[in-house]
Design a protein around this ligand. Structure first.
Ligand SMILES: Cc1cn([C@H]2C[C@H](O)[C@@H](COP(=O)(O)OP(=O)(O)OP(=O)(O)O)O2)c(=O)[nH]c1=O
Length: 188
């Protein structure tokens, strides 16, 4: 029986991976997430996804290990998770009425085999009143999420349109992941 490991503490990634209908283990990676922000966004998310997978794979050579990383990019600015509520407010004011990109990098390691890819999804926000932003921040939802919102939660009411993979915005492009696992010989 092939072992499948998700190297992530994200409850959203854990939930999405269940759609594969395969049993998997969760081993949280303690990878260093500092990175040179001048790199192109796709390089950043793939570098971090590989780092997360690598820290877990080095002790689990027999397993298929998945790492992922998500960032929001607006006007060449990289928006990760907010530092605090003020930071979240600044991000949401910036995203209001505009279109931004969400990049998710995914890396699968299995022995010496590697599959790595990224997904870019464009998300447009409605124009948001300051009071709406304040109310959304009070839900607490923005604080552990790249770009300070969760499209899958209360954040749904901020979103006017999306172009690309919804699951990638939430943190794991599961359809592409499924195909990559198959390519690597994982019995799906
Ligand atoms: C834009 C957006 C991000 N997010 C989440 C996905 C990621 O969990 C998080 C970005 O942070 P990440 O650093 O990618 O992931 P993480 O720290 O939550 O988990 P781990 O490193 O252990 O795998 O933002 C949403 O849940 N919904 C959204 O709409």
């Amino acid at each position: 029986m092939a072992r499948l490991i998700l190297a992530s503490s994200s409850p959203r990634r854990q939930e999405i991976l269940k759609s594969l209908r395969a049993s998997f283990e969760i081993i949280t990676s303690n990878a260093d997430e500092s990175v040179n922000c001048n790199m192109p966004p796709e390089e950043i998310v793939m570098t971090l996804a590989e780092r997360k997978a690598q820290t877990v794979a080095k002790e689990n050579h027999d397993a298929f290990v998945i790492g992922a990383d998500t960032i929001v990019v607006y006007n060449d600015r990289i928006l990760g998770k907010p530092a605090d509520r003020d930071d979240a407010k600044q991000m949401l004011m910036m995203l209001s009425g505009n279109t931004h990109a969400v990049f998710t990098g995914t890396c699968i390691l299995h022995g010496n085999d590697k599959e790595i890819f990224y997904e870019k999804t464009e998300v447009s926000f409605w124009e948001l009143a300051e009071a709406e932003i304040d109310r959304y921040i009070r839900t607490g939802e923005p604080l552990d999420k790249a770009g300070s919102y969760g499209i899958q939660g209360y954040g749904a009411i901020l979103v006017k349109s999306i172009h690309g993979d919804f699951y990638s915005v939430v943190g794991l492009p599961v359809a592409k992941l499924y195909r990559a696992l198959k390519k690597m010989g994982y019995p799906t």
